[in-house]
Design a protein around this ligand. Structure first.
Ligand code: Z5A
Length: 216
């Protein structure tokens, strides 16, 4: 991890299913725009036309030939490599803020925690094909049952959403372990609160981060 460059203007949102990332993202984007400058909102897997096509492969519910854990990991990183090269790095280079709904921490949590891929393999891919980490990561933490109940209104679960509760419990544990290991980068938000409260806590954490940056 130490070989990664920290990009202060890269801010990421993480959390389990139904944590409310999409809901919070717009509040954060609005707050960031209030501070001036360009704000690029994006997501993973996806964020470019090619990466969005890889996303479709990853999430397609047809399980007749499901990807192995390694294939899933490599597709996540193929999508991310394209996203970093085409969107994230160019935006950072022109001085924009980049606000991403998920980034590499999701691979540590889902492919590492959820699927059991070893940490060293993921760290190697991160170091080789990403090379940077966010200055701030907001982890929207919610009990699995609460998040899954929120997401239940959807027409049909995608391939990963169709996983059992045990998978999502491992994902949640992995995310919390990442946050504990890197307290300088992570802020954990209690996402079991009402949506307005979650958004307000996220915006307050962002404001504190911006304040600290301006004094650095
Ligand atoms: N994945 C991976 O495995 N490895 C990787 O490296 C990456 C991703 C990058 C797609 O990601 C999948 O890819 C995801 C992880 C995996 N699989 N799963 N599960 P995604 O981020 O696009 O998909 P998602 O996690 O399934 O998103 P989501 O369920 O839509 O989560 P969300 O954006 O956090 O939730 P939301 O859309 O804002 O809210 C969901 C519903 O809850 C909605 O009806 C809201 O109105 C409601 N909501 C939101 N907040 C609240 C509160 N506070 N109270 C009550 N109701 C709320």
């Amino acid at each position: 991890m130490s070989a990664l460059e920290t990009a202060a203007r890269l801010i990421t949102l993480e959390g389990g299913e139904g944590a409310g990332k999409s809901t919070v993202l717009s509040a954060l984007a609005q707050a960031l725009r209030g501070h001036g400058g360009e704000v690029v909102t994006t997501r993973e897997p996806g964020g470019t036309p090619l990466a969005e096509r890889i996303r479709e492969l990853l999430l397609h519910p047809d399980n007749s030939d499901p990807p192995s854990a390694d294939t899933e990991l490599l597709l996540m990183f193929a999508s991310r490599a394209q996203h970093v090269a085409s969107v994230v790095r160019p935006a950072l280079a022109r001085g924009a803020w980049v606000l991403s709904d998920r980034f590499t921490d999701a691979s540590h949590a889902y492919q590492g925690g959820g699927r059991g891929v070893d940490r060293e393999t993921i760290a190697m891919l991160e170091s080789r094909f990403v090379g940077l980490q966010p200055g701030l990561t907001l982890l929207l933490d919610v009990p699995v049952a609460v998040g899954r109940a929120r997401a239940q209104g959807r027409a049909a679960p995608d391939r990963i959403e169709a996983e059992a509760d045990g998978f999502f419990e491992r994902v949640r544990t992995a995310y919390r372990d990442l946050a504990t290991a890197q307290p300088e980068r992570f802020r954990v938000i209690d996402a079991s609160q009402p949506a307005e409260r979650v958004a307000a806590d996220a915006v307050a954490a962002l404001d504190r981060y911006l304040q600290a940056l301006s004094q650095a």
